[in-house]
Design a protein around this ligand. Sequence first.
Ligand code: DMJ
Length: 480
Amino acid sequence: MKFKILSILAISLLISCNSSEKNKENKRETEREEILDTLAYQPEEIKAEMLRSWDAYKQYAWGYDVLLPLSKSGFNWYEESLGISPFDAYSTLAIMGLDKETKEIEEYALSKEWNQDIYVQVFEVNIRILGGLLAIYDDTKNEEILKKAIDFGNRLLPAFDSPTGIPYHSVNLKTGATSGNLGKGDGKVVNTAQAATYLFEFGILSYYSKDPKYYQAAKKATKAIFERKSEIGLPGDFINIETGEWVNNWSYLQAGMDSYYEYLFKSNLLFPDPEIQEIWEYSLEKINQYYAEEYDGKQFYACVNMHSGEIVKRSMSLYDAFFPAIQALHGDIENAEKNMATWDWLWNKYGLLPTRYLYDVDSIEYANSELNPEIIESAYYLHQITGKQKYLNMIYGYWKDIKACCRNEVAFNSIEDVRTMKEKDHLATYFFAETLKYFYVSVVDKNEFDFNNYVFNTEAHPFKKSNFNPEKSKIRLGIN
Ligand code: DMJ
């Protein structure tokens, strides 16, 4: 009897906890609906916040890679600074028409020498520094900047000199020596995103330098991943670049694989390549067949075994929130909207996205949140493509929440734990490149920035489609 009473008590406690959780979520949503009018922001506000944060970087961290906004100091990724933040900030400042600041960065980029005796992560510097340099060139057409981009690209190329054509994890900018020693396993292992997120920047570099070698190296690496797909057509998540063998057999959309898929699609928008187009179509079909699942009435994209397709983990990392944008641009509005609804639900549950959440057990795996842009990016694409006000409303809500939890005396900071909103002394470089850019272009007039005219790299550096002539692309990139 005692046991029965205890069980009833436990069950009712569980029900009441669940329903109070649900009530909390519903309340947040209702609140958001009710105060939407007061949430709308103007582009000037984002511009002012960009300037304020940029000034803080200049004042406290100039010369360093990133700003530490709480201790008001700077931090470097490696033993020597690469000075990354300015490369990421340029294209956002340019869209905002902040000419004095962009001129300063252009001069800074011209003064930069890359002959540094340090090993840098090929993936990260490609999307941020090479992507940033190319965005400066695209905007200014300053040939000296193009020379800097070519010089930087040439310093990355030795990394691709491997038995498979997949780049080593890192390369020494001065000597061209490669090192896999920051990777997993035996030190020659990279994840799929590190292996094959180069088509876009290397394609632009080939186009402007008129030398196909960059695009061809990127394409070889991409095909090396695709050709090693499993018997059911899925790539794995970690590969040995020398043997070409998978060292892990999971497959997913999350960080570690995300931008491999992103570039299969996006590079075609600038440089149509039938081979890559075919790989993308094939891969999308597999994503929908194996990763996608409806769970508890929502659309999720799970981690699966690359050989059997069986679900191995039901999780979502905030990076995979980029995917509704891709689905929408590809034309799969139905799945894009379902997927976006899931991300918005998770944001509303915590008031920010945790880095990783396990949706089957309703639990956070990694609770930090680093001002990442992906959910804003997807809401922006969906608003542009469907014209539905609800997506702009989501963006208004995200801005309100970020201001409430992350705005500090000098700029913005990351969060250690979304459950407590404990602050973290870090401002990632992509906050300048992506997060503030997406907030800005979501509300700015079409005359100032027209979504339809641009394709963004994975770091949100925008490239004008009309700058790239398809016929010239074929010759300059060596596309058959
Ligand atoms: C960015 O550096 C890039 O978008 C990258 O592809 C993964 N995500 C981070 C920001 O979250």
